[in-house]
Design a protein around this ligand. Structure first.
Ligand code: 5GP
Length: 193
């Protein structure tokens, strides 16, 4: 049995390049709708409210979660909260446009519970060393933050088997095109358990 894949969930370890991949898709595949998450973390230089994230206060985030306005949410790296606003996703899916969520593993598992018909893509680094190099190279986190993210990444790497497919981020363009090509593929629901 197969069902059309309209909602695709992209998850993977920290610093694997999910954000870069999402940016490539945003630029080159306007037919794909990208969810804009709410987060309690502060914007990084260059990040625009409403484009990269909705930057909200703790109080506002808790209100959204309490009201059921979030499709999923999680505390990521034990620090900030991140969540997917529910209504925009539902509206886009109703319109038939393919939708992409770029979220962490905990969030992906929640979506798996509530929307099992979605298609789940795991983005993997070419190697562990490469993942460490990317995380250090980004230079946006301090030592403590990096250690927390690497600890999370080790656990997350082991989760690939829970996903429908794994895409290796060896090259942003190639990996993004592979991701988009998967988005129109029917989901083999019988292969799941
Ligand atoms: P960053 O702070 O580097 O932008 O993102 C940190 C992590 O939060 C990434 O792994 C990203 O996938 C995840 N993330 C971003 N938005 C969401 C969301 O809406 N829900 C969940 N569960 N994770 C998210």
């Amino acid at each position: 049995m197969t069902t059309p894949a309209r909602l695709t969930v992209l998850a993977g370890p920290t610093a694997v390049g999910k954000g870069t991949l999402a940016a490539y898709v945003r630029e080159h595949h306007p037919e794909v709708w990208l969810s804009v998450s709410a987060t309690t973390r502060r914007p990084r230089p260059g990040e625009v409210d409403g484009v990269h994230y909705h930057f909200v206060s703790e109080e506002r985030f808790e209100e959204m979660a309490r009201n059921g306005d979030l499709l999923e949410w999680a505390v990521v790296h034990g620090r900030a909260k991140y969540g997917t606003p529910r209504r925009p996703v539902e509206e886009v899916l109703a319109s038939g446009r393919p939708a992409l969520l770029e979220i962490d593993l905990q969030g992906a598992r929640q979506v798996r519970e509530t929307m099992p018909e979605a298609f789940f893509v795991f983005l993997a680094p070419p190697s562990w060393d490469e993942l460490v190099r990317r995380l250090v190279g980004r230079g946006t986190e301090d030592e403590e933050e990096r250690a927390a993210r690497l600890a999370t990444a080790r656990v997350e790497l082991a989760a690939a088997a829970e996903f429908d497919v794994t895409v290796v981020n060896d090259d942003v363009r190639r990996a993004a095109e592979e991701l988009v090509s998967w988005m129109g593929t029917p989901v083999p629901t019988t292969n799941r358990d």
